[in-house]
Design a protein around this ligand. Structure first.
Ligand code: GLV
Ligand code: MN
Ligand code: MN
Length: 408
């Protein structure tokens, strides 16, 4: 008989964690390195300590909780995700990966299973990038993709820095944030899209991830009086922004599978009876093929330039972050598929539309991901939901891939 996790205990822990930094509609709001985020981490620490784990905190605030193996010198099998959320976030995005890994350790304890390799749970700092861009920050420094001293200077909209907030919240640990030998890394996550639910499938065997880019666009016009300035006298950056944003949809629709999002839009000054002098907005574009994504971004840049010429505006167009398309490790993918198969959970291969800490870790360690369905494919919203049964199936698969990697 295959050993299983305790799905009910995992669900209860997810619901308990969701009470910290509650959202307004039943979700969670724990922006990275806020007091709510730290309270969530502290709850996790209590639980992991009760499960017998020891801790390391690195200089990016990435937290590792370790269960020793028979061979303490062996590279650990690592599993985790993030506890920070979007501003109107759900109860599962990231949290499932952390508490799912905790459930694996609790289950190993319950059943007295010793592994050869140590098993570690990781809580990565600032996966969401909603407060401090970019996303996948802690895992990105860990994997050598971002430079820590540069990342320390990144600011939130209030001008607080990553380093300052790491210090204020006592999350700047003494272990250097750098990669170490890892036997395998696995991350359990909700799909955050509609495919598994539509296919009535329990487990997504994640084969890789699509490419993403984040761009900051600033349009500079002439601020003036809303009542006295005739329409033909105006250099109104909001009209430019409106044209660019609607045309962005057309650019994206020309490329099957592409997505484009304007998630932040800010006017300066923000006043009902002033023409804004400046408009700032963000653009997130994604596609599984890198050339296609590059073409979308080139089309967008050309669009911004031509609209600005026509509207009499200046612009700044800053690509602030790009993440390449990627494939996960063949053996990790097979282990996930085999575990789903042997537990008799329906499964299909899937490419991740979202970014994940696993995408960064993939550069430095054999990595795989497990998806479970989420209701109506919704995520990054408080409506995000899944079921105790789906969560349990995901945790069972995680348990078995961890065992497959840690017991030889
Ligand atoms: C991470 O949540 C992303 O933006 O995909
Ligand atoms: Mn996530
Ligand atoms: Mn997310």
């Amino acid at each position: 008989m295959k050993i299983k996790t305790n799905g009910e205990r995992l669900w209860d822990s997810l619901m308990e964690m969701a009470k910290i930094g509650p959202g307004e509609r039943g979700g969670s709001r724990r922006l990275a390195l806020t007091d709510a985020d730290i309270a969530g981490r502290n709850l996790f620490r209590e639980w992991a300590a009760d499960a017998g784990c020891t801790f390391r905190l690195d200089t990016m605030g990435n937290l590792f909780a370790r269960r020793e193996g028979k061979n303490p010198g062996a590279p650990p099998v690592v599993s985790g995700s993030h506890l920070d959320t979007q501003p109107s976030g759900g109860r599962f995005d990231g949290i499932l990966g952390v508490l799912g890994a905790l459930e694996v350790i609790r289950s190993l304890n319950d059943q007295g299973v010793e592994t050869d390799s140590p098993v570690e749970i990781v809580v990565w700092t600032n996966e969401e990038g909603a407060r401090f861009p970019p996303a996948m920050m802690g895992s990105g420094v860990f994997a050598g993709i971002f430079d820590q001293s540069e990342i320390y200077t990144h600011q939130d909209p209030e001008g607080l820095t990553v380093e300052g907030e790491l210090r204020r919240t006592e999350q700047l640990g003494d272990t250097p944030c750098e990669t170490f030998p890892i036997k395998a890394y696995y991350e359990l996550h909700i799909e955050q899209g509609p495919v598994l639910e539509a296919e009535n499938t329990s487990i997504g065997v994640v084969t890789g991830g699509q490419g993403s880019t984040w761009t900051h666009v600033t349009l500079q016009g002439q601020g003036s009086h809303a009542g006295t300035t005739p329409m033909n006298f105006r250099k109104d950056p909001m009209m430019g922004a409106a044209r660019i944003i609607t045309e962005l949809r057309e650019i994206v629709l020309k490329q099957p599978g592409a997505v484009g999002t304007v998630g932040r839009l800010e006017t300066t000054p923000a006043s009902i009876n002033s023409i804004p002098g400046q408009v700032f907005f963000t653009v997130d574009t994604r596609h599984p093929n890198e050339e296609t994504l590059a073409q979308i971004n080139l089309d967008l840049k050309n669009l911004v330039n031509s609209v600005c010429t026509e509207e009499g505006l200046e612009n700044e167009f800053d690509l602030i972050w790009e993440a390449p398309t990627l494939n996960f490790h063949k053996e990790c993918i097979s282990k996930v598929r085999n575990a789903a198969e042997s537990l008799a959970y329906s499964h299909l291969d899937i490419v991740s539309g979202a970014g994940h800490d696993a995408c960064q870790v993939n550069r430095v360690a054999p990595t795989g991901m497990i998806f479970i369905p989420c209701e109506n494919g919704l995520s990054h919203d408080e409506a995000e939901n899944t079921t105790p049964e789906q969560v349990a199936a995901g945790a069972d698969v995680l348990l078995h891939v961890v065992l497959a990697s840690a017991c030889n």
